[in-house]
Design a protein around this ligand. Structure first.
Ligand code: 0WK
Ligand code: 0WK
Ligand code: BGC
Ligand code: BGC
Length: 940
């Protein structure tokens, strides 16, 4: 035993020599600042590769689906499992937030026997399930159904927070049948199996978020999140320091994570906000990137490990290998006579005999405790160490652990630079949450790491916060956030499900539309029918003989147009059009009928002037896109206004007469109004001019409606059974007698109640452009009031009617639009506090609302084409539908979804959609041309 009094003076000399001897011998392990800078640069390059789509990258940069650090709103009781560190723990974490958030934790450590670590995977997970059951028993929480956060500290490819595929085992684990598997599914299976073995009867599944609920007679668990221990450490420290955006573990293994910008995560959709990335830096160098730095000892450690060639960076740093590195060096130095008089012992030669905790004790600088521990350790290995041996051994430990700390700081400095550059910050101020037995228990490790870090990144102020409570508090935070998000998502989907229609429901809508069509056509039921099936006195589609110049008016859509249409027949068959768009101011739409028609005539006068045709009198075709009862082509009695129009003194009146009175009042020119047509009819005719199969007209614009060629014998309101007549369905009113009540949601009712015509046009209000934005706005209001959107901030803007115009839907749903553009639309709407998640949700709401509109429209159209097919007793009907309207034209998916629905619900009809490029004014002119030809031929 070395007499302590001799130590002091004898040592200084001896100490210096031994240090020199070891430093010289272990020169390759003493990394210069330059080579550490170089390691940092190499590592940064590896990070970029890992973030990209290069699957061969060693540093995997694995997305964790943790998108935010704790925000203080987390609360509840959670179970947590902590597997992968030096001990396996099961925990109960209680997070309360009455004012100041508080976290209480109870835990139980369980052993993971070696044979389970290296045995069969299902045995390992059975053991975990067993420990979980035991813990719940002890805690007396058997009956409680608690969400669980699973800290699984191995490299995992995650697709979402509660699904995680093990890439490869590390740290002495090698259980079979787990690599490549979803560890959540394996745990679920083990819990289920355990339950079945124990109890026969099973209760039905309970649905929270995705199928993460496992129900057995024994116990009920929601595995809500699986995280890496680095993420747990970051979240645990983030609870106390909101600046914490890096997690570091230097324990059995080593690894780090940090909050990365979504736009850099090429393998995850979306580029807004941040997501935590599990770096898995242990694998740095697995592609020989560190060969020039690895020493023979590193190669020996690797060769003796369970996973040779893997985790090479980890094997130069972490606690599982540090002791072994020291042992191999001591053995080599002994064999080369540099230590222990060249003697070795079986213990010293035994792999794993030099525990890493020995290094901690040996490097203890308090007084000479370190050297005393060294002697104790070497004696424990059966050696008879000299004082020199002890000093040299201590120096070996110092060199090995210093390299470990410095390599850590080199990699960490690359992470810090990445974050600083992401923030484009001059100086970065941040916090690292750190855990692990090496960082916590090695007397010098933390200091050495931080000292080297300050050297490598002098422009970063880094605070290190030890995760005193381990990673499970963090796991509970992630679980709490996930649970909150899952609960919120379940509520969102529950609400959105009310706007999702099944095929059976759409078939039912089609069936009810067919019933209403028959009731509208039949004399005795017409009056009470919702869908009025109004005769239009248009008996044929164009046949190419139309000819002449016509004026046309197009009122009722987004724009009011006055047109001059020159129709030429025969060889020069063509239609030439000139038009001018005029506004219909709100006060005119809501004023008196006189003012409205005077305004219309004023526009005509302006147009004639503009066209240099002042005083010219031409036949006029009037597209008047509102429900009108017609007894002949040039007469249309307005049944009621729609689409926000409510000019007085018009409903019940013949709009052609109102027009003539206005022309008369102006005493400037005279017009020959030969036809008043609905825009659906105009559209059918316009398209019919190109495609003779076009026998249906459809408008999906401000309003919605359809017309089609019906057999005269079915048009009971009009005499005659020969031939066909175009029927203006006015399907917008479908549902006005309650036919759609079971499909109407609270949002539809809100839109209807606030509209200018409550109780009317119910089908239109679920489909057309004037209302879709409002349906969406009401859903967003509901979500916000429930705290499911915009963090519950109900902005004044969101409360104002009509701000969410339907064109925003078309923009927001366009595939070309990135989420950030959705965000800018929201900002434009004054919803400045929206997050990336908000944008995703708003886009989802728009998609659900417009999809329902397109499907409802498709169900209505299926009823129409099916009727035409049955009218003609055809096995297969080929028909073209002429379509117009802003929503149909601008919405990226409406037409596709509508056509899919028609084809699905009317499989015996080959329907093609022909978009009208020229509007219905051309159609009105063609109808006027036919009317004039018939009139001139004395036929009516
Ligand atoms: C304690 C954490 C655990 C982590 C461990 C790492 O709760 O999740 O895996 O630290 O340190 P080790 O136990 O491997 O030294
Ligand atoms: C253009 C037609 C017009 C019709 C309009 C409907 O020329 O007759 O009313 O489409 O679409 P909206 O302008 O309402 O979107
Ligand atoms: C694992 C990491 C883990 C680290 C620290 C490594 O071996 O691959 O997932 O974070 O050890 O426990
Ligand atoms: C009107 C229809 C018109 C449709 C499309 C509805 O509000 O009632 O007459 O065809 O809008 O513009």
């Amino acid at each position: 035993m070395i007499a302590s009094h001799l130590l002091a003076d004898y040592f200084t000399e001896l100490h210096h020599d031994q240090v020199q001897k070891v430093d010289k011998y272990l020169y390759p392990l003493c990394l210069s600042d330059e080579s550490l800078v170089d390691v940092s640069v190499r590592f940064r390059r590896e990070m970029d590769r890992g973030l990209g789509r290069d699957t061969t990258a060693c540093v995997k940069m694995l997305p964790t689906f943790v998108r935010s650090t704790p925000d203080g709103t987390e609360k509840g009781d959670f179970l947590a499992l902590d597997l992968g560190g030096s001990c396996f723990r099961v925990l109960l974490v209680k997070v309360s937030s009455n004012g100041k958030q508080r976290v209480e934790m109870e835990n139980q450590i369980y052993d993971i026997p070696e044979h389970l670590k290296k045995g069969c995977g299902s045995d390992l997970f059975d053991h975990i399930a067993e420990c979980l059951a035991d813990f719940r028993e002890r805690m007396g929480i058997k009956e409680k159904k608690l969400p669980l956060g699973f800290t699984f500290s191995f490299p995992c490819q995650q697709t979402k927070l509660d699904e995680s595929y093990l890439v490869s085992w590390t740290k002495g684990f090698k259980a079979s049948g787990v690599e490549g598997e979803d560890v959540v599914a394996l745990l679920r299976k083990a819990i289920k199996k355990r339950g079945r073995e124990e109890k026969s009867a099973e209760k039905g599944p309970f649905r929270l978020g995705a199928a993460s609920s496992v129900v057995t007679k024994d116990f009920d668990i929601d595995i809500v999140a699986v995280i890496n221990d680095t993420v747990g450490a970051m979240m645990t420290c983030g609870f106390d320091d909101q600046r914490c955006e890096i997690g570091l573990i230097v324990g059995t293994g080593t690894n780090a994570c940090y909050m990365e910008q979504m736009r850099h995560l090429e393998r995850v959709e979306g580029d807004e906000g941040r997501m935590c990335v599990n770096i898995e830096w242990g694998a740095f160098g697995d592609d020989d990137a560190l060969e020039d730095l690895r020493t023979e000892f590193d190669r020996d450690v690797d060769a003796g490990s369970l996973n040779p060639g893997k985790q090479l960076f980890e094997k130069m740093i972490s606690g599982m290998y540090m002791g072994e590195l020291v042992r191999l060096i001591l053995v080599k130095m002994a064999q080369e006579g540099l230590l222990f008089q060249g003697l070795t012992t079986p213990d010293l030669l035994a792999p794993g005999s030099f525990q890493t905790s020995f290094v901690f004790d040996i490097e203890n600088e308090k007084d000479n405790e370190g050297l005393l521990s060294t002697e104790k350790v070497l004696l424990g290995l059966g050696l008879t160490p000299s004082a020199e041996d002890c000093v040299a051994t201590q120096r070996v430990c110092q060199i090995v652990s210093t390299r470990s700390a410095h390599l850590c700081s080199a990699a960490l400095s690359a992470v810090l630079r990445q974050i600083r550059d992401n923030k484009a910050a001059e100086r970065l101020r941040t916090t690292v949450g750190v855990d692990g037995s090496v960082y916590k228990n090695h007397p010098m490790f933390a200091r050495r790491l931080q000292k080297m870090l300050r050297l490598l990144v002098p422009d970063c102020d880094v605070r290190f916060l030890r995760a005193e409570a381990g990673s499970s508090k963090g796991a509970a935070m992630v679980t709490a956030v996930a649970y909150r998000l899952a609960t919120q998502q379940a509520e969102r989907q529950r609400v959105l499900d009310s706007l999702r229609l099944s095929r059976e429901q759409l078939l039912e809508v089609k069936r009810r539309m067919e019933v209403e069509m028959s009731r509208g056509l039949a004399k005795e039921t017409h009056r009470d029918a919702s869908v009025k099936m109004l005769p239009t006195f248009v008996r044929s589609t164009p046949d190419g003989t139309e000819h002449g110049d016509f004026l046309a008016l197009d009122l009722g859509g987004t724009n009011f147009r006055v047109l001059l249409v020159r129709v030429r027949s025969g060889k020069q068959k063509s239609v030439e059009m000139h038009n001018k768009i005029y506004a219909i101011p709100q006060d005119i739409m809501h004023g008196t009928g006189e003012e409205l028609f005077d305004h219309i005539v004023h526009c005509i006068a302006d147009f004639l002037e503009y066209m240099g045709m002042k005083g010219t009198s031409l036949p006029l075709g009037f597209t008047f896109s509102f429900p009108c009862k017609q007894n002949k082509l040039d007469e249309g009695v307005l049944l009621r206004w729609t689409k926000g129009f409510k000019a007085s003194g018009c409903e019940g009146k013949d709009v052609v007469a109102l027009m003539k009175e206005a022309i008369h009042r102006r005493e400037e020119f005279d017009l020959d109004v030969v036809a008043v047509v609905n825009d659906t009819v105009g559209t059918m005719m316009t398209c019919g001019y190109e495609d003779p199969h076009c026998e249906v007209g459809l408008i999906v614009g401000t309003g919605t409606n359809a017309c089609y060629m019906e057999e005269m014998q079915n048009v009971e309101l009009v005499e005659g059974d020969e031939g066909q007549m175009c029927v203006n369905m006015e399907w917008g009113a479908f549902g006005d007698q309650g036919e759609l009540d079971d499909f109407c949601t609270v949002f539809d009712r809100a839109v209807d109640e606030l509209s200018t015509n409550p109780g009317k046009q119910r089908y239109e209000k679920m489909i057309s452009g004037m209302y879709l934005g409002e349906v969406v706005r009401n859903v967003l209001l509901d979500f916000t009031s429930k705290g499911l959107l915009f963090r519950g901030n109900l902005s004044e803007r969101l409360k104002s009617r009509g701000i969410f115009e339907t064109r925003f839907l078309s923009q927001i749903e366009s595939d070309r639009l990135a989420l950030r553009q959705v965000r800018s639309i929201l900002q434009h709407l004054g919803l400045t506090s929206s997050t990336c998640e908000d944008s995703v949700l708003v886009r989802e709401v728009c998609g659900v609302v417009s999809r329902r509109a397109a499907q409802l429209c498709g169900a209505g159209l299926a009823a129409v084409v099916e009727r035409i097919r049955q009218n003609r007793q055809l096995a297969q009907l080929r028909v073209t539908v002429g379509v117009d309207g802003t929503l149909y034209k601008l919405h990226p998916h409406f037409s596709t979804i509508m056509l899919q629905t028609v084809r699905d619900l009317a499989p015996q009809c080959k329907v093609s959609l022909l978009q009208s490029e020229d509007g219905s004014g051309k159609g009105a002119a063609l109808i006027s041309a036919v009317a004039c030809r018939l009139r001139d031929a004395g036929q009516h």
